[in-house]
Design a protein around this ligand. Sequence first.
Ligand code: ADP
Length: 430
Amino acid sequence: MPSRRTGVTTSDGSDNRRVVPATRVAVAAVVGFGIVILLEPSIGWKALAGLVALAIICLLPQRPRPPKALRDPQSRTTPTWPDDGVKAAVEALPDPAFVLGRDLTLRYRNAVSAVAFGPLTMGDPVALRFRSPEFLAAIEAAAASQSGGSALYDEKRPVERHWEAQIAPIPAAGSAAPHFFLLLFRDRTAERRVERMRTDFVANASHELRTPLASLIGFIETLQGPAKGDAAARERFLGIMREQAARMSRLIDDLLSLSRIEMKRNVPLTAHVDLGAILAKVREQMAPLAAELGVTIDYTPSDRHWTVAGDTDELMQVFANLVENACKYGESGKRVVLHLSEGVEGGRAFIDASVQDFGPGIPPQHVPRLTERFYRVDVGNSRAKRGTGLGLSIVRNLLLRHRARLLIVSEPGQGSTFTARFPAIGATVD
Ligand code: ADP
């Protein structure tokens, strides 16, 4: 039997309300009014008719209402679009952000997202743009749990990008379930690149160390076994082992140097140095190597100071590396020239210190990669010349601390010029 309800619902949603049957209300009304008419007939039949109508309404069958906790207020009250407050908040986010409906269709997007992900139509399922099944499954799971979650999203085209996406419910006033979800993207491309570089670096360094180490172990085993009593073989092998050990030592020195330089990269420079004096010292220092290779190093000191903010030891290391490379790889040109000059670029004065050789030069496709760690045009040639593949990377890192750039110009068959371009702080004449 239909019933009218009065009373309250407890906070746990249990149904403990007092129930007053509608029939009892109707019968009570008619009986009560009959007594009133008997006592006071002047009240009239019109009033009685009204009361009978009321009783009939009470007796009409009522549709039972489910308990409040089971009712779905969303079906009729869910808004289709987020309100202006939500839109303004999403627009203010510095990262690409989307507002999704509960059915994971697009309901709003900020301007940054258009730059990152291109045009998207409102109302379209988010799956039309983000096609990775794992990513979509993660979004669906996060939305279903209503507590949010995160997922990774990678794109290969037009450029490789790596994103981390957070999906979070947007609380709705007066509703336990959210109407919308925020899908917020963070660009993790740079972090992933650094991570990959670090892993590659460790792999390369291990490989570079393992090669001479394997050779050392091999010779030790030979000397202990088949060549045990062979004095001539022992002498020869010990010579090779010494060379391999020296190679490992050079590599470790370069690795330590790189990590020290990276740690100091943001330490400000406090001293001023004269690049002319540094080039003169490097020329002196490299003279024995140049003589061994039959190369002459030309440098004509001038009577002016080429002053830059710098660290003498670090700049000595920069130019020693460049001059050593010029002598080793440009050996056939027989000549290396050190040169200082000045100029203006973009309204800023600079000082160039360059090392030029007249050797075979470098094919253009290799030039942009020369400062990468362990990058070599010809690995065998570099090893034969006692290279580690870290020299130019060390140079680049040292120059970064000096706010200087390394410019490489090379013409196959003509030679190469490596120039360190420093911001000028003043060039004075004696
Ligand atoms: P390495 O220890 O192998 O010399 P670097 O980082 O100093 O490593 O140089 C990287 C590579 O760049 C070298 O292996 C060599 O192939 C090339 N290179 C550097 N300087 C010159 C040059 N002056 N002429 C020709 N090739 C050069």
